[in-house]
Design a binder for this molecule. Structure first.
Ligand code: SIN
Length: 300
């Protein structure tokens, strides 16, 4: 018997992602929000179709899931400081797209976003899909020996590769239709446990990504590379992934604490625009933090 009374939840793979139907995101009661939240925890990323909304209605929908996150390196919409227009114009060919490398959003922040939400505004006739990877499954499928080795490790995150003052992973940021804000601040480093315990499900996941995780604490970037590359390769197995084909008015909402995502860049000559909102998260903790301390800090 289904545990959902207000919504219909249809998984799109056996490991990650579910489409939710039977709901108008402009008109949600508390029970429906609770069920969406449960489906989000159960499936890591949830999708909705045909949700025509104004930006005000979209912001109101997102606010059901918590306060908004901080957007440090991309200019937000003038009248909506919580919304980023993720945009690539038809004329921007042979460029690197925003989100076009596997990552979790803003993992260099002290409290990276809990969730990210995207609304499809202008969708190319083909291409521009978003892919997601389940980082809980990535952790769970490691050998016991490997789990023991990596459990105490601390990963160092930084925004410097895309948003620092050197050569950017995003290519020539001055030529983009999105306004990218690069600065010295992007070179700051943030430490998070490599194995993160989910504050709501208590499940462990790998909290690393190839864009923002620059090295392991106590090691140089080059010494860390081999271990991180091995872990990234493990995380990005086909079995842990799903892929979402966008339509106008589709919505995706993913658990940024235990998923990576990747935006395909295979639609040169067409315009793609999605509106993105992040929901503020908490400070990641690993198994080293005892449960009573977490409770004291109101993390779990
Ligand atoms: C992002 O990385 O936040 C954007 C993903 C996308 O454009 O599909």
């Amino acid at each position: 018997m289904t545990k959902y009374k207000k919504i219909t939840v249809a998984p799109i793979t056996g490991t990650i992602g579910a489409e939710i139907s039977g709901v108008d995101l402009r008109q949600l009661d508390a029970e429906t929000v609770t069920e969406i939240r449960q489906a989000f925890l159960d499936h890591t990323v949830v999708f909705f179709r045909d949700q025509e909304m104004t930006t005000e209605e979209y912001v109101k929908f997102a606010a059901n899931f918590g306060p908004f996150g901080l957007e440090p390196y991309v200019k937000t919409m003038d009248d909506h400081p919580e919304v980023i227009a993720v945009l690539k114009e038809a004329s921007e060919t042979k460029t690197i797209n925003f989100g076009g490398q596997w990552h979790s959003d803003w993992s260099f922040q002290e409290s990276p976003p809990l969730a990210t939400i995207l609304l499809g505004i202008d969708i190319p006739p083909y291409g521009g899909d978003t892919l997601f990877a389940n980082m809980t499954l990535a952790y769970e499928t490691l050998s016991e020996g490997m789990k023991q080795i990596i459990e105490p490790l601390i990963a160092v995150h930084s925004a410097k590769r895309p948003y620092g003052t050197g050569k950017s992973l995003l290519g020539d940021t001055d030529k983009k239709s999105m306004t990218i804000i690069r600065s010295e601040k992007a070179h700051e480093e943030m430490e998070h446990p490599l194995v993160r315990t989910h504050p709501e499900t208590d499940e462990k996941s790998l909290f690393i990504n190839p864009v923002y995780t620059i090295r392991l604490k106590g090691m140089s970037e080059s010494d860390s590379r081999e271990i991180l590359q091995k872990l990234f390769k493990h995380c990005l197995q086909e079995e842990f992934k799903c892929r979402f084909r966008w339509q106008k008015n589709s919505v995706a909402m993913w658990d940024n604490r235990c998923a990576m995502h990747f935006a395909m860049n295979d639609y040169d000559g067409f315009r793609r625009e999605l509106h993105r909102i992040t929901i503020a998260g908490d400070v990641p903790f690993g198994s080293a933090m005892p449960k009573d301390t977490r409770e004291h800090l109101q993390l779990a």
